[in-house]
Design a protein around this ligand. Structure first.
Ligand code: ATP
Ligand code: MG
Length: 470
């Protein structure tokens, strides 16, 4: 019996209505799992009913204040409604048969057992009855509760079958393992490896949902490491698998950039929940595979990997159907600039280098600094300390320069309109040259970020170009 899981008054209500309609009904899946795991109260609730789930959703809506709208998905026989902070999904119990040539299952009405059979993991197949006669009866046919105690992810049926039927479940296994800190049962794990090619039939949109959830876990390296172990990684993110391995030529080596990347993502995750910054950490070194060269003097080099990497970001986002919007541009910018603060910190930190950094990074400077600090993965404690101290110096200098020069997102104090007016010019390349000269002079510290200084500097420069004020 698990009546105590059903404290929320909504469950009694649903049970009574199901009684009236003569339907058997259960709460199932994530709600039951998270209740038993003592995770915080879960407000998305899945209800499964033997019979018409849409009828049940509609009769519940009539009973609730404000009669919330029922969204019906006729083709699937499912319905959803939102009430307070709850999101309740109603599904008719079903039996699914798959054939290997189609990703769409053949669906028929089924028993509770049929429905539990088609669920992904034993811990997601547990149900609690809501009908008044059997209120709170716990139905756990595959030992899900025991697997929760053992922190194990196991499929209810043969794993090959479960994964081949809906290959997305392979990614869900890895995502749940990462979120819950569970192990994947060895047979289930092996089946992911053998069935991995089936992922082909899964849409990018569904893949990305799971990838994002993995990236948003506390320690993303757990899920990313499992993707590598099962070889799903090379199917989804070949740019990352290409970073694996250490090469040695004439006794010179380079670090394994894949495992380094996972450390960077973990470091970053400890400091920021921002999904796109986590993507940037994941992709910051992808340009290293195509740019790797060996030079007898300096060993392995990756010249221009930031630029190449930022171009690869676009292709990767497009392929995975990630949004090609500001978020992508942000990731590109982070990848492109990912070495800048490091280069600065290794030298004497000049004002002009810091001004350029502030100007180029704009609003994203703080994120860029977080990314670069996360990039410090050396195991040598002396180096570790030195690099961190270097960054402290850069940060202090940023504060100092910012206060003095107000460079972040600055617009040159003399703009194009004014230049056109002064010389009676039409839009043309002279204006661009003069604007660029003002910007450069400010960033180099030749003049201050100030209207009068900028104007007289610009007039001087214009004279050398043969321009006269009118
Ligand atoms: P969360 O919402 O916290 O991510 P959840 O277990 O509620 O976890 P949902 O995606 O909301 O996950 O799915 C609800 C339930 O539906 C699951 O618990 C599982 O029983 C079932 N389910 C979802 N997706 C699949 C799938 N691809 N194959 C089999 N069963 C699934
Ligand atoms: Mg859910």
């Amino acid at each position: 019996m698990l009546e105590e899981a059903l404290k929320h008054p909504i469950f009694k209500k649903i049970g009574k209505l199901a009684d009236d309609l003569g339907l058997e009904c259960y709460v199932i899946g994530g709600y039951v799992r998270d209740y038993l795991l003592n995770r915080t109260f879960k407000n998305d609730i899945d209800i499964v009913t033997l019979g018409n789930a849409i009828d049940l959703a509609e009769s519940l809506s009539k009973e609730l204040d404000g009669a919330p709208k029922v969204s019906v998905f006729k083709n699937f026989g499912t319905a959803m409604l939102k009430y307070d902070d709850l999101e309740i999904e109603f599904v008719g119990a079903r039996k699914e048969s798959y054939s290997s040539d189609s990703r769409k299952p053949y669906v028929t009405d089924g028993t509770l057992e049929d429905d539990q059979n088609r669920r992904d993991f034993t811990i997601n197949a547990m149900a609690i009855c809501l009908n008044s006669e059997r209120y709170g009866v716990f139905v756990d046919p595959f030992g899900g509760q025991q697997h929760l105690d053992q922190k194990l992810l196991i499929t209810p049926l043969e794993p090959e079958l479960t994964f081949s039927d809906d290959p997305l479940r392979m990614l869900r296994a890895i995502r749940f393992a990462a979120q819950l800190n569970f192990e994947i049962d060895p047979k289930t794990l092996e089946a992911i490896r053998t069935q991995r090619k089936r992922l082909e039939i899964v849409s990018s949109e569904r893949i990305v949902i799971e990838l994002n959830k993995i990236l948003l876990t506390e320690k993303p390296s757990v899920g990313l490491g499992l993707l590598e172990k099962t070889q799903l990684l090379e199917l989804i993110l070949p740019e990352l698998s290409a970073l694996k391995g250490i090469e040695e030529i004439e006794g010179m080596t380079h670090k394994d950039n894949f495992w380094h990347t996972l450390e960077v993502v973990d470091n970053l995750a400890a400091e920021s929940d921002d999904l796109w910054l986590r993507w940037a950490a994941l992709l910051h070194d992808i340009g290293k595979a195509p740019t790797k060269r060996f030079d007898e003097k300096s060993g392995f080099t990756f010249h221009g990997h930031e630029f190449v990497g930022s171009k690869m970001v676009y292709r990767l986002f497009k392929r995975l159907k990630l949004p090609l919007n500001e978020s992508m541009k942000f990731v590109q910018k982070m990848v492109l600039m990912s070495s800048r603060p490091i280069v600065i910190s290794e030298q004497f930190v000049t004002d002009s280098a810091v001004r350029r950094l502030i100007f180029d990074a704009g609003d994203h400077l703080d994120n860029l600094m977080l990314l670069c600090e996360a990039d410090i993965t050396t195991k040598n404690p002396n180096k570790q300390r030195r690099y961190k101290d270097n960054f402290k110096r850069v940060r202090a200098k940023v504060v100092e320069v910012e206060e003095r020069d107000r460079i972040r997102n600055f617009q040159p104090p003399v703009d194009g309109d004014e230049i056109m007016r002064i010389f009676n010019l039409k839009p043309g390349k002279e204006i661009g040259i003069l604007k660029e000269a003002i910007k450069e002079a400010i960033l180099e510290g030749i003049i201050a970020n100030d209207y009068h200084e900028a104007k007289s500097f610009m007039l001087g420069k214009a004279e050398t170009m043969g321009l006269k004020p009118v």
